[in-house]
Write a protein that binds this ligand. Structure first.
Ligand SMILES: NC(=O)c1ccc[n+]([C@@H]2O[C@H](COP(=O)([O-])OP(=O)(O)OC[C@H]3O[C@@H](n4cnc5c(N)ncnc54)[C@H](O)[C@@H]3O)[C@@H](O)[C@H]2O)c1
Length: 376
């Protein structure tokens, strides 16, 4: 497959998630990073481009400039796909300009800061016939994919209960200091949008639950916590979920779980069995059955589903994790960009982005209106 010429917006020196995108993109030799708008500060972006040996003539100051100058290049030189790795409030305007410019987009979550923008992006993706991948990267883990497929095949029977948690503790040392809590973009509504914790990590958990069960959450009842009156955005929350067909559950996300790192735990229980998965130990999937000891399923084995097997790169027993899962999304998107056949669920789409922001809006609304049920 001919490598896809990739651009990157954000992800400059010291940025958090940009490096995961670069590693993921280059993992399977399907992309080559060519240029982009690497930093909010153009000079810093140029310096970083030199450091990672990019041609600085392909590094631009703004997305407008990027679209104009790249589109002026011959088609066989032009960047084809662009990763958006900037803070939340920029995703919508940047994605819109790129889609309208004819570029495929790989975008960070949450996709937009409101559902109107998300609906518009969904329409634009369709109109301009581009591929849009939203990096809910946890869907790339082989054992998450195994769970999805086994549930689809009826392994645990009819789903009756779901549980999703994402516990972090990194905001704890920040939130109690009035000066420090003003310096974090994730706590600034102008940059983060209407939610911190639910928009940052609750939405990953929501996406995982819908991905694994292939069911849609139909309504939510949320109780969020900001801890301080001068802090406008949630740092912690619990959400009751209804998924239709009598399926109920809980989603708990927090950034003040002191000492926690990235404790994502997913549990799905059906009439015949259950699954339990923990992101910090991602190669172990626990299969639970009545009256039997728990069975551990691991990736890269002949007993795995085809979808999960295709999501590993090395023989069983060599742990693959965060970067490889990220790489699986990039690989799926690359196949789609090159018009190759893809499996359902190889990468989250613009529709998952719309689902995500609808979830965020709904939990914020439920919390604001006295913890009432809100329909998605
Ligand atoms: N999928 C995941 O697991 C995951 C993890 C962390 C962050 N994220 C998401 O990634 C996004 C970025 O988060 P981060 O933690 O990397 O942020 P960050 O603050 O570490 O990095 C942001 C980068 O964007 C650049 N930037 C800002 N404004 C820009 C502009 N106008 N033009 C070009 N570049 C600009 C900054 O210079 C910086 O390089 C957020 O939307 C966040 O929700 C996703």
């Amino acid at each position: 497959m001919k490598k896809i010429r990739l651009g990157m917006i954000g992800g400059g020196k010291g940025a958090f998630i940009g490096v995961a995108h670069r590693i993921a993109a280059h993992m399977d030799d399907m992309y080559q990073l060519v240029g982009g708008v690497l930093d909010v500060d153009y000079k810093r972006g140029l310096a970083f481009a030199k450091e990672i040996e990019l041609d600085t003539s392909r590094v631009y100051a703004t997305v407008e400039d990027f679209v104009k100058k790249e589109n002026a290049l011959p088609e066989n030189e032009r960047i084809e796909a662009v990763s958006i790795c900037t803070p939340n409030f920029l995703h919508y305007t940047m994605a819109k300009k790129l889609i309208q410019g004819g570029f495929h987009v790989i975008c960070e979550k949450p996709m937009t800061t409101d559902s109107k923008q998300a609906l518009e992006l969904e329409g634009l993706v369709k109109k301009h016939k581009v591929i849009f991948c939203l990096t809910h990267n946890y869907t790339g883990y082989p054992m998450v994919r195994e769970m999805r497929k086994l549930i689809e095949q009826g392994k645990i029977g009819k789903i009756q209960r779901v549980h999703g948690q994402y516990y972090q503790g990194w905001i704890n040392p920040i939130i109690h200091d009035p000066k420090k809590r003003k310096q974090i973009w994730r706590l600034d509504p102008k940059v983060a949008g209407i939610s911190c914790c639910m928009g940052d990590i609750g939405v990953h958990t929501f996406n995982l639950l819908e991905y694994i069960t292939q069911m849609e959450v139909t309504s939510v009842l949320a109780d969020l916590n900001t801890l301080y009156v001068d802090n406008p955005l949630d740092v912690d929350g619990t959400v009751l979920l209804r998924l239709g067909k009598g399926v109920k559950g809980v989603l708990a996300a927090t950034q003040i779980a002191t000492g926690e790192e990235n404790s994502i735990q997913i549990k799905v229980y059906g009439s015949k069995g259950g699954f339990r998965w923990d992101q910090e130990n991602p190669t172990y999937l626990y299969f639970l059955q009545e009256g039997k000891s728990a069975q551990v399923l691991k990736p890269g084995n002949p007993y795995n589903t085809k979808f999960s097997l295709a999501s590993t790169r090395i023989v069983s027993g060599h742990p693959e994790a965060f970067f490889e899962a990220f790489g699986n999304l990039y690989r799926g998107a690359a196949k789609a960009i090159r018009g190759k056949k893809i499996d359902a669920g190889e990468f989250p789409t613009v529709h998952d982005g719309l689902r995500g922001i609808t979830f965020i809006e709904s939990v914020v609304k439920s919390n604001k209106t006295g913890n009432k049920w809100v329909t998605l």
